[in-house]
Design a protein around this ligand. Structure first.
Ligand code: ARG
Length: 471
C-alpha cells in the first residue's frame, strides 16, 4: 500500500522502521478530536473559497461516516499508515475518492496533531475538576458527620494537640481546592488553537484561523506559528498538576493506611474497597490507597519523562515530540482510576469515634493549654513551658495523664495552678480554645464547611459551563 508521502521515495520503508516510527497503536485515542478538527478545517476551506462547496460537502459527509465507523470500532488501523491522522485521511480517501485528498490543503500534521491534543486534553481537564469536586463533596460530608469527633493532631507523627477530625478532613478539601484552581487556570493555556501554523511557518492559502478557533470553541489562536507547533507546555502543565494531585492523594492514602491499622484503628474502609490475603485469613488490606500511593511514582515519572524529551529540543517540530502522548494518556488513566475510587471510598469509610476519643484521653496533647493557663496568670511562656515539661515528666514516671493529677500534685510544679485547670484540660475546651480563623474550634470548622459548600456549588457551575464549552 503506498504512503501518503511516498512520492519522493524509491524504496519501501523498512518493516522495523515502520513499526518503530508508528504511533497509531496509541494515538488512535485522538480519533474523534482529529475528525472534529478536520471538520472545522474543511468548513473554513469552503468559506474562504479555497475548496468548492461541493468538495467540502463530500469531505464532510465522508468524515462523518468515518467517525461513525470509528465509534462502531469498524476500522482496522494500519501501522503502515503510521499515525491516526494518516489512517483517517486514508480511510476518508477510500470512502470519498480522490477529493478526500483535498482535506489536507493548507495544513500539516504538525499543527493537526497539536490541535488534536489541545481538544483532547481540555475535555480531560474539565472531567478531572468534576472528579475532584466529587471527592471534596465526600470529604465535606464526612466532616459534617464528624464535627464533634476529637482526634489527636500530630506533628512529627507524635501527638501534638487535639483537633476535630472534621478539621483534619477539611485540610484535604483545601488541598484539592488548590488542585481544582490549578486545572481551571490551565484551561486558558490549553484552549488555544495551533491550526493554521502549517508545518512551522504558516501557509500560502488564505485561511481564516479565527473562524476555525470559533468553530472549535477555542478562546484564542497561537500568536506564533513556530511556537504553535512546538509548544507542549500545556501537557507539561497538566502532568505537573496531575503530579501534585497524586501527591495529595498519596498523603491521604498514607493516613488512611495508618488509620486502618490495628495500632491506630481510627477508621475502617468499607469491605468493597479492600482485599484479602491468600494466606492469612484475618487480613483486610487497604490495597486501594496503597496502590494510589504506589502509582504516584509513574505520574511523577511521566512528568520527568516529557520534561526530558523537550529539554534542548530545537524549534520547530521534531519527531521526539511524538513521545508526548503515552505518558499523558497513562497519567490520565492513572488519575482517573484513583479519583474514581477515592470519592466512594471516603464516603463509605467508617470513623471509629470512640477509639479516637480514647486516644485523645490517653495523651499529653493538652499540655500546651496548661502552659497557656500559666501564661494567662502572668508567667512568661518560656518558664511555663519548662514547668509543664517537668509536670509531663512526672506524669510519665507516675504512669498518669495530666487530668489524673490532683491539685496538690500540680502545685508542686507551680503555685499558680488552681482548680480551673481541670476545665482547661478537657479536650472540647482545648479544641474550642483555638478560635481563630482557620483554627480547629468547632464554630471555625463549621464556618469552613459553610465556605466549602459555597465553593462546591461554584465548582459545579464551572463544570457544567466548561463541559459544554469543551465538547
Ligand atoms: N504522529 C506524529 C506525532 O504524534 C504526528 C506529527 C508528525 N509530523 C511529522 N512531520 N512527521 O508527533
Amino acid at each position: 500500500m503506498s504512503k501518503l508521502w511516498g512520492g519522493r521515495f524509491t524504496k519501501k520503508t523498512d518493516q522495523l522502521v515502520e513499526e518503530y516510527t508508528a504511533s497509531i497503536m496509541f494515538d488512535k485515542e485522538l480519533a474523534e478530536e482529529d475528525i472534529q478538527g478536520s471538520l472545522a478545517h474543511v468548513t473554513m476551506l469552503g468559506k474562504q473559497g479555497i475548496l468548492p462547496a461541493g468538495d467540502v460537502e463530500k469531505i464532510k459527509d465522508g468524515l462523518h461516516r468515518v467517525l461513525q465507523r470509528i465509534k462502531r470500532d469498524d476500522i482496522e488501523f494500519s501501522i503502515g499508515d503510521e499515525d491516526i491522522h494518516m489512517n483517517i485521511e486514508k480511510t476518508l480517501i477510500d470512502d470519498v475518492g480522490p477529493v478526500g485528498g483535498k482535506l489536507h490543503t493548507g495544513r500539516s500534521r504538525n499543527d493537526q496533531v497539536a490541535t488534536d491534543m489541545h481538544l483532547w486534553l481540555r475535555k480531560r481537564v474539565v472531567e478531572f475538576v468534576d472528579m475532584l469536586h466529587k471527592l471534596q463533596a465526600a470529604l465535606v460530608e464526612q466532616a459534617k458527620a464528624n464535627i464533634d469527633t476529637i482526634v489527636p493532631g500530630y506533628t512529627h507523627l507524635q501527638r501534638a494537640q487535639p483537633i476535630l477530625f472534621a478539621h483534619h478532613l477539611m485540610a484535604y478539601v483545601s488541598m484539592f481546592g488548590r488542585d481544582i484552581e490549578r486545572l481551571q487556570d490551565s484551561y486558558k493555556r490549553i484552549n488555544v488553537l495551533p491550526l493554521g501554523a502549517g508545518a512551522l511557518a504558516g501557509t500560502t492559502f488564505p485561511i481564516d484561523r479565527h473562524f476555525v478557533a470559533n468553530q472549535l470553541k477555542f478562546d484564542r489562536v497561537y500568536e506564533n506559528s513556530l511556537d504553535a507547533v512546538s509548544d507542549r507546555d500545556f501537557i507539561l502543565e497538566f502532568l505537573a498538576d496531575a503530579s501534585i494531585i497524586m501527591m495529595h492523594l498519596s498523603r491521604l492514602s498514607e493516613e488512611l493506611i495508618m488509620w486502618s491499622s490495628t495500632e491506630f484503628h481510627f477508621v475502617e474502609l468499607d469491605d468493597a474497597f479492600c482485599t484479602g490475603s491468600s494466606i492469612m485469613p484475618q487480613k483486610k488490606n487497604p490495597d486501594v490507597p496503597e496502590l494510589v500511593r504506589g502509582k504516584t511514582g509513574r505520574v511523577y515519572g511521566n512528568l520527568a519523562g516529557l520534561l526530558t524529551v523537550l529539554k534542548s529540543l530545537p524549534l520547530a517540530y521534531n519527531k521526539d515530540m511524538q513521545e508526548d502522548k503515552e505518558g499523558m494518556f497513562d497519567t490520565v488513566k492513572t488519575l482517573q482510576g484513583a479519583l474514581q475510587l477515592f470519592a466512594p471510598m471516603i464516603a463509605t469509610m467508617k470513623v471509629n469515634k470512640d477509639r479516637m476519643r480514647q486516644a485523645v484521653n490517653q495523651d499529653f496533647s493538652n499540655a500546651t493549654d496548661i502552659a497557656d493557663f500559666l501564661v494567662n496568670k502572668g508567667l512568661p511562656f518560656r518558664q511555663a513551658h519548662e514547668v509543664i515539661g517537668k509536670t509531663v515528666l512526672y506524669c510519665i514516671e507516675q504512669n498518669k495523664y495530666l487530668l489524673d493529677l490532683t491539685l496538690e500534685e500540680f502545685k508542686q510544679f507551680s503555685t499558680l495552678f488552681d482548680d480551673r485547670i481541670y476545665a482547661v484540660l478537657q479536650p472540647e475546651q482545648v479544641v474550642n480554645a483555638r478560635n481563630v480563623y482557620g483554627g480547629t474550634a468547632k464554630s471555625q470548622v463549621q464556618d469552613a464547611i459553610g465556605r466549602a459548600d459555597a465553593a462546591l456549588a461554584e465548582t459545579a457551575a464551572w463544570v457544567a459551563e466548561y463541559l459544554e464549552r469543551s465538547r
